[in-house]
Design a protein around this ligand. Sequence first.
Ligand code: ACM
Ligand code: ZN
Length: 744
Amino acid sequence: MFSILAALALLPTLAPRPADDVLALVPEPVSVVRAQGTFTLDAGTQLYADAEDIGGHSAAESFGLVARPSTGFALALGDLGAETPANSVVFTRKQADAQLGMEGYSLEVSDTGAVVRSLGAAGLLHGAQTLLQLFPPELFARSAQAGVAWSAPGVVIRDAPRFVWRGLMLDVSRHFMTKDEVERVLDQMVLHKLNVFHWHLVDDHGWRIEIKDYPKLTQIGAWRGAIGFGLEPKDSSAYDKDGRYGGFYTQDEIREVVAYAAARQITVVPEIEMPGHSVAALAAYPQFSCTGGPFDVNVPAGVHAGIYCPGNEATFGFLQDVLTEVLGLFPGPFVHLGGDEVPREEWTKCARCKKRMQDEKLGSPAELQSWFLKRIEKFVNGKGKRVIGWDEILDGGLAPNAAVMSWRGTQGGLAAASAGHDVVMCPNESLYLDHAQALTGEPLSIGGFTPLDAVYAYEPVPEGLSVAQQKHVLGAQGNLWTEYVPNAAHAEYMLWPRACAVAELCWTPRAKKDFGDFERRMDVHKRRLSYMGVHYRPLPPAGLDDALAFEGGSPPRVSLAAVIPGATAKISFDGSDPDKNGAALEDRMPLPNGNCRVRARIYRPDGNESFLVEALVVLGKARVRTTLGQEANNGLERAFDLDEASFFWTNRALRTDDHLTLELFGIRTLKHARVTTGDADKPLDRLQSGVLEVLPVNGEWKSVADFTDGKVDCDLPPEPIRAVRLRCTASQPNWLRVHEFTIQ
Ligand code: ACM
Ligand code: ZN
């Protein structure tokens, strides 16, 4: 009998898929086609790989290891025979599409199971990561999850990376991370198909790799008196029994990390800085400096004069011994020699360096630096390895097989690729993950402003390269310097989700990049990160900058805007991070008199995520805000703190129409405005061309005075206004300092 019920039962296959069934893969693959069917994992599902294929077995194990704690299924792994059994997950090189290369893969999911094919072990592992992401995010939990249907939708995916170098750099010199903490980062990388781990092992503030020939490098160079950088001692556990801060990796530990990475198809690139950033090495062996020392690892942040002496033959013996041990530990093709930020003054004063310049007919310390590097490079090449370094190494010429990391913007990358060198792009304005992720409310950082969308928008192939030159762009990487990153949890906060964006810009075809869709996928992906226990930075809801709603009057008042439905907030007026048990932000809460910094921590209704927002209130008159993304480095409020000595500093060249805005509480009639930019001794930091403008109640922005010599001191028109701003009327190559912004 044909009944209504039977007809209804057919409907689900015809109905549109529910929203939570939309795929959320990160990074987005080259091609995804939805197919019939659903594959459901159960205790009987079997994993298969080709007999004797270590890569295939490793990919299958990787899949099984993630799935086991959450599902409770100990998925058995066997050798694939002639037939593909039902209820199976298969990793095979058979019938792989050669066009997808060693890193690419195909993945088919149907009712009977999943099949990943690739020519390469890397491709099989990448396919495993994509497959994991097709299941509910709970799959990534590290404990049993009840009541979840472990189903993946039918798909046919073909995928391969855009770039071969998809990297993250981690600085373990400024703050140390243990071997286990580093391996956690590698686990996070593999999920995102990131495949190069650039390990910044030495710098002024710590030498972190055991060198058998030179034990003092780690006996002395690995330890500081304190955590440094003005950070809280309790924010780290990297102390020895005498309370010294630091740590290092034994050579056995290095080998373990390298093997751990290799099992995840990640190449480790060690960095041994020279000739600058070498205070820690010279604290241990000052005889390799020009002055003979002494040097102290307890130096503040910044660039230091601790540099090697290229006039001394023994320096090269030392560095070659060190590099011989290092190269023996890292099987990858590259060693990174640093080369950045070398203050060369010592060389101009050193008799041996002067003699070296004479003997080698070098006209300048810059040429001496180039000679130094080329000599080391020759040694490294003689050991069958390639050199990579920061873009300063381009100055003075390089061996053809040397590669360059473009960090001071993209110019270095452009120049290097044009000259036929391979390049890795990591321009600081886009890919420095030590920069702040929002203009306000963020933990202490080195400054800058590189939010998720700025990372995502980065395009690694610079404009102006021929098709042949473009092939020299190996890829890109995110760099995490750790001056202000005292522990692994904070490193994760800085890395994720921005490294998800790095992964996508390195992997996904340019034409498929779409930030809106990325945000949608990240909404699911962040749950995977949560289940993995990753301390990622919560993704802010749209409109968060306006979550504090102010109104004028006496006193002015603040309320919580409905940016997150159902949210609650705690508030403080003294700039402190509001305590979970502290004062609640109530509706139309009165502000205290005078200047204050309002901070609110807003909690999602489920309490799982919270967001800090902040506003500076000047004399109860105005809320200070930037209506255009200004890369505030020293904190915008410092332009408005009634102290001429402090300043706001943009961290980049100015563009026409950049502006700083004082938004008044309500409508006011003001009398006078005074703004000072630049310094007497730094006229470059002045606003070269700009105007002061007011926003009348019923009108458009209107200019009231031009800046002259970087200053404005003028009466304001006697009319009610809503806001005052400084606006640039021409671009200028230099950065801007704003010293004080006074209105009366
Ligand atoms: C660098 O940031 N000094 C490479
Ligand atoms: Zn010297």
